[in-house]
Write a protein that binds this ligand. Structure first.
Ligand code: ADP
Ligand code: 5GP
Length: 226
């Protein structure tokens, strides 16, 4: 088990549910949150930048880095077609210096991460209806029909695995509500407030009269199912 002064946040959910959209907003609003840029053998989509969205590697380069134990976790996602992995260098030094590092990885990767970092704050993003995944993937327009079918097949399995996660957040038609729900989870876990502020509602009672449990002090939201 790794112990460190920083915090690790893991966001997962089926393909097309809106993880990247949510994460982009979180990173824009929460400067204390630092993304871990994963490595992948998947080719870049239009607009994706090497070193920003992913470290795009050839299969050979990925294999070499695997052999050198440079990954905290890695696996083949989507019908064993492409490799994805979290690089030790993206995570360990930042955690050691007290940073909040966020990973957007799949369920298999999360289970490996939890073996090393059982205190990780794990968040599973769900659609309000499974049909939304197909609609959103079609709307995004980045996948061939075959790739979309593979992603939906994996998604069906991933939706049954949300119980591994400490928090569940529904991304229905209101992406801002899902972003707010995740922000509240992070502030409750101790993420420092930002210039735009910790958006939790102020407590109704003075702090001394509040219950010790942070869960009881939490403001319920339509987006969060913790
Ligand atoms: P993921 O990273 O989970 O695969 P994306 O963030 O790429 O998903 O989102 C998939 C598509 O769905 C994108 O076109 C995005 O703009 C859209 N989208 C994301 N959240 C919502 C939402 N709450 N309502 C409608 N469309 C959404
Ligand atoms: P995409 O190809 O849509 O960017 O991502 C596909 C899937 O790979 C998503 O479920 C995403 O969470 C997952 N993924 C991205 N990076 C990693 C990683 O480093 N490790 C693991 N295990 N999964 C990842």
């Amino acid at each position: 088990m790794a112990s460190c002064p920083g915090k690790l946040v893991v966001i997962s959910g089926p393909s097309g549910v809106g993880k990247s959209t949510i994460l982009r907003r979180l990173l824009a609003e929460l400067p204390h949150l630092v993304p871990s840029v994963s490595a992948t053998t998947r080719p870049p989509r239009a607009g994706e930048r090497d070193g920003v969205d992913y470290h795009f590697l050839t299969a050979e380069a990925f294999a070499v880095r695997r052999q050198r134990n440079e990954f905290l976790e890695c696996c083949q996602v989507y019908g064993r077609q492409y490799w994805y992995g979290t690089l030790v260098d993206e995570v360990a030094p930042r955690l050691a210096s007290g940073g909040w590092v966020v990973l957007e990885i799949d369920v298999e990767g999360t289970l490996s991460i939890l073996e090393r970092y059982p205190e990780a704050i794990t968040i599973f993003v769900e659609p309000s209806h499974p049909d939304q995944l197909l609609e959103r993937l079609q709307g995004r327009g980045t996948e061939t029909p075959e790739a979309m079918a593979r992603r939906l097949e994996v998604a069906r399995r991933e939706l049954l695995q949300s119980h591994h996660y400490r928090h569940r957040v529904v991304n229905d038609d209101n992406v801002a509500a899902a972003v707010n729900a995740i922000e509240r989870i992070l502030f409750d876990a101790g993420l420092p407030p930002t210039a735009t502020g910790d958006r939790r509602q102020p407590p109704l009672q003075p702090p001394a009269a509040q219950p010790a449990s942070p869960t009881e002090a939490r403001t319920p939201t339509s987006g969060a199912q913790t």
